[in-house]
Design a protein around this ligand. Structure first.
Ligand code: SF4
Length: 396
């Protein structure tokens, strides 16, 4: 949307109070996110400016949004490309020529959606209700978006969807085909492939090994398992077993030994007994993911999991989350320490704190440099230290 606004000759304001109109893209995946979103929308509503709300809350929780921001206008997800028409209706028309975003808002990474919706039917998922059936974009359209982004200087292209592995199933194409096409584009950039559901990855795994071998593709696999217990996976209706997940991880690691694996676990799913949790713990200890997102189960309105019996007590859920967090730190630190002393090419992508810069190795490990360096450049770095979630580096 930010790109479209600049293309339309409108200026992105640096802060909400300097703007003529506020645009907020929302998420409601778990209850805490929903609460944060409503708090933020309510604060922004206090500025008494028009507010355009997009994202999942604009699809399924309009009443909640209107209760904190009665002036909100909703921009459906399928129409975000037409943001400028919405702004024009509010009296905001841009100059005839596109404007570049101001340097302080300029990122070198950009998310390019390749599909909306998914083929899943996960019982806990509210995103499915908001995004609906899988609708993949044509390969040519995505290619054109990426070409434009690379021309504009973006270096990290994040190919994203609710389930990137499902891309193209509805239209006779596939994720490996898309990644192959994007990797052929001219320019100096890297592609990061987003989250994949194990059940859809199974179909395309062999072709995707080949696509991941391209030097422009980060060797990074985000494969949420959600539970190590097949009984709980069936209750979640995830469509695979923990064995299928482990086999996938093994195959990708054999094809790309240094691939970074990120996975997700939900703790406290209704009916999750102590031994189910133990299976999740054992799975994580066995596969040693490089990063692990731990989410406490949150009953979302309208989902069938919200009506399941066997609610797990809050204190047990917290305890399980703490146990996994500890395991995550131990694994992260141990794995990152193995890399200390090596030299790695790194793409500099972010300034998180003043006086430092964050970059990504070619297997997408974050490296922090204790100096300000030009974003978007490729450097050679020596890895000098390791924390559980990132590495320290120095320029060579
Ligand atoms: S694959 Fe499952 S968790 Fe992911 S968006 Fe679809 S229904 Fe939700």
């Amino acid at each position: 949307m930010a790109e479209k606004v600049c293309e339309g000759g409108l200026e992105l304001a640096e802060t909400p109070d300097k703007s003529d109109c506020i645009v907020i893209s929302t998420c409601t995946v778990i209850e805490t996110t929903e609460r944060k979103m409503l708090k933020r929308i309510s604060e922004l509503a206090g500025l008494r400016k028009p507010i355009i709300v997009s994202g999942c809350m604009a699809e399924i929780q309009r009443d909640k949004v209107l209760s904190v921001a009665p002036q909100a206008i909703f921009l459906p997800i399928g129409r975000i490309e037409r943001i400028n028409e919405f702004l024009a209706r509010l009296g905001m028309r841009g100059s005839d020529s596109p404007l570049p975003p101001s340097p302080s808002l300029r990122n070198v990474d950009i998310a390019i959606p390749i599909a909306q919706g998914c083929l899943g039917g996960c019982t806990y998922c509210i995103t499915r209700l908001a995004r609906g059936e899988l609708r993949s974009r044509p390969v040519e359209d995505v290619r054109e978006d990426v070409r434009r982004a690379v021309d504009r200087g973006y270096k990290e292209i994040r190919v994203c969807a609710q389930d990137t592995a499902a891309f193209g199933i509805d239209g006779g194409s596939s994720l490996p085909e898309l990644v192959g096409v994007l990797a052929q584009l001219p320019g100096d950039f890297r592609i990061r492939v987003g989250m994949m559901n194990p059940s859809t990855l199974v179909r395309i795994k062999n072709d995707l090994h080949g696509a991941f071998a391209h030097e422009r593709v980060f060797r990074f696999l985000h494969l949420p398992v959600q539970s190590g217990s097949d009984r709980v996976l069936a209750l979640m209706r995830r469509g695979y077993t923990s064995g299928i997940f482990e086999d996938l991880v093994g195959e990708f690691r054999r094809a790309h030994p240094d691939i970074t694996l990120s996975t997700d676990i939900i703790v406290g799913f209704p009916g999750e007994a102590e031994n189910d949790f133990q299976m999740s713990y054992d799975l994580i200890r066995r596969i040693e993911p490089d990063s692990l997102n731990i989410t406490r189960f949150s009953a979302r309105e309208g989902t069938s999991a919200s009506e399941l019996d066997g609610k797990v007590e809050g204190r047990k859920v917290k305890k399980r989350s703490r146990i996994l967090t500890k395991l995550r730190s131990e694994i992260g630190k141990r794995k990152n320490e193995r890399i200390v002393g090596s030299s790695q090419p790194v793409l500099l992508t972010e300034t998180v704190k003043k006086g430092s810069t964050v970059g990504r190795t070619m297997n997408y490990k974050p490296v922090v440099f204790r100096e300000e360096l030009p974003l978007g450049t490729f450097v050679e770095a020596r890895i000098t230290g390791a924390e559980d979630a990132y590495l320290w580096g120095e320029l060579l």
